[in-house]
Design a protein around this ligand. Structure first.
Ligand code: SN0
Length: 313
């Protein structure tokens, strides 16, 4: 593994998931491999779980961890060949190389613009960093993918599944804000690569990029999709087609107890943060079916297994 930015960086998902579960049992078993190594985490956008769990993961491996809110430093210029006479003080060419002097591994979080589809789907900022950094890079959620979240989700499903090929349903849910497609794209990509049975349900107009959903069943009837499901994964995303827009704000798509009853005693998943009683009824979050806290717990071991692989190569 050279960088960790998508499922494509992983040769054997099952093996990675197993290794993550082994770290969960013995988090300090590899405390020596990160000694005197530095992890730098750069956040262009807010974070709670990613920030704390990745820092914890680094510390579990004995690493020194530096966390920086990237928007508190100089404003970066990402375009080549421009005359830098605007508010952008530092070019990515220098910045990424400079950060590489201090870091053995760099993590970066960068959300999409939700206005410039082409730039977002090139994963422009992440790839500019990768182009100029001289150490391995880890995506802490990019414009289009959230691989550490998905790996934690695969660890959670592995722990909880009762059959080899569970039925997993990714359902769109309402939200007051236009949100990225990253978590949904990534979850689809990882469940399909794990050879699980994936159904995606959403109102018309919320089709995700086929690049990530090939092999999934698309079902526009949410209740029908829920029938017999072992896992319900709720997430809002804005339109991919009508890029970044909210197509419908249909409150009926909220996940509630009645819908959970249609499932095969299914578990409820969400990456968090979650808007209670908008995305999902509080009652579902407070029920035994909810895995959201365990998903967050598993973020540590997802990050840890990735950092371990990068340190050991
Ligand atoms: C982010 C997203 O990609 O949807 C991060 C998820 C891990 N979520 C949000 O931005 C939610 C913000 C809100 O106002 O609820």
């Amino acid at each position: 593994m050279k960088n960790f930015t998508s499922v494509k960086d992983v040769k054997n998902i099952k093996k990675l998931v197993k290794e993550g579960l082994a770290l969960k049992k013995k988090p300090l078993a590899f405390k020596k491999i990160g000694k005197d190594k530095t992890l730098v985490l750069l956040f262009f956008n807010p974070s709670l779980r990613t920030r704390l769990s990745t820092q914890k993961a680094g510390m579990n491996l004995g690493m020194n961890v530096i966390v920086m809110n990237a928007n508190q430093g100089w404003k970066f210029e990402f375009e080549d060949g421009v005359i830098m006479n605007t508010d952008k003080a530092e070019h990515i060419k220098e910045a990424a190389k400079v950060i590489s002097q201090y870091a053995d591994i760099i993590g970066i979080r960068t959300f999409p613009t939700l206005t410039d589809k082409e730039r977002d789907y090139q994963d422009f900022i992440l790839n500019k960093f990768i182009e100029h950094a001289t150490v391995p890079m880890v995506s802490l959620e990019s414009a289009i993918l959230h691989p550490l979240q998905s790996l934690a989700d695969m660890i959670t499903i592995e722990e909880q599944k009762k059959t080899k090929k569970p039925k997993i349903v990714l359902t769109w849910a309402p939200h007051p804000k236009a949100l990225p497609q990253a978590v949904a794209n990534s979850f689809a990509e990882w469940t399909l690569a794990s050879d699980y049975d994936l159904t995606i349900t959403h109102p018309k107009g919320y089709e995700l990029s086929k690049k990530f959903t090939k092999g999934a069943t698309i079902e526009y009837n949410q209740q029908k999709a829920f029938e017999g499901a072992d896992f319900i994964y709720a997430k809002n995303w804005s339109s991919f087609k009508n890029y970044g827009q909210i197509e419908v704000e249909d409150a009926n798509w909220m996940v509630n107890s009645a819908k959970m009853k249609l499932t095969n005693n299914g578990k409820f998943m969400h990456c968090l943060p979650v808007r209670r009683n908008v995305v999902v009824a509080g009652k579902v979050l407070d029920s035994k079916a909810s895995l959201v806290i365990e998903q967050a717990n598993n973020r540590t071991y997802a990050a840890q297994v990735v950092l371990k692989r990068l340190l050991m190569k």
